[in-house]
Design a protein around this ligand. Sequence first.
Ligand SMILES: *Cc1c(COP(=O)(O)O)cnc(C)c1O
Length: 360
Amino acid sequence: MELRIMKIHNFSAGPCILPASVLSEAAQAVSNFNDSGLSLIEISHRSPEFVSVMEEARALVKELLNLPDRFDVLFLQGGASLGFLTAAYNFLPDGGRAAYIDTGTWANKAVKEAKNLGGIDVIGSSKDTNYNQIPDCGAVSKGSAYLHFTSNNTIFGTQFRETPATEVPLIADMSSDIFSKEFDANPFHLIYAGAQKNMGPAGTVMYAFDKEAAGKTNRNIPSYLDLEVHASKDSMFNTPAVFPVYVTMLTLRWIKALGGVKAMELRNSKKAKLMYGEIDRNALFKGHANEASRSTMNATFQLKDEAHAHAFDALWKGAGISGIKGHRSVGGYRASMYNALPEESVQVLVDVMKELERKA
Ligand SMILES: *Cc1c(COP(=O)(O)O)cnc(C)c1O
């Protein structure tokens, strides 16, 4: 293998950076899994070796998120994008209504899919200000089956600081901030998250759901979309995405070894403080998200004067920084600081911003 000359600082919004130790263990498992002489990806998913991977991954989710006993955990396919529909299939009663908060692209897609199955009330939206904040919301009507929200808005760089307070059960797409900070799972019926933002590679989506609440919809649920079908088969209704589940399991072990979600929260708040501190201090830059809604995972920012773009781009590329170009709907830059991104990488980006200021 060729030696990497320069360290790359990977700020990719997703698929995202993973811990180096996880990558090397995963690489080893692809050539020789647990000294079996076989690759992880050429053995039966029903073999005791892989069944124990799946069981450990599911158990680690329960432990790290401190989920109540009534929750079950699954690793399925179709990404969070299929999760938008799966959520409604399992928790929106036939002829019923549900409330949604519109905080951008992903929330919109969740609304669109749920509308296939029932009446949807959007109780708050920040569309008018290009989703630069978590909106104030109207009341959730008592008849709503649940309130759905997107805990972190990957594209616009906004994040719910607190779980929304409401009488009805909650459902959240936590794709881009799962395992980044502590929260109380008790008010939730369902939490789902695509693996590739903060857990593992693309190819699997995690569902954590209240078994007692699922499926009370009075409608036929197609087998693959039925969470209870998957739970009854221990997340092995069909061939699971063995490699993504394995890498996710390794990442969860890594989180646990570092002190769990609480330790991640501390790391992430330090990185965010450093990043936003420079965005606010440096006169050449401005943030996209309102201060009270800023995401600890994805910091979105712009140059006040586009004339500096050429010089800035050359500087960060020269420093080994990768993946900070903003999403086309926001423009500018986006520094994604998921769990595995070291503080050192944020410091390199901050130093580059300071250097631009000196040269400008
Ligand atoms: C990336 C992302 C998605 C889409 O996930 P897929 O696994 O690609 O379907 C959904 N929601 C959020 C918040 C995301 O960041």
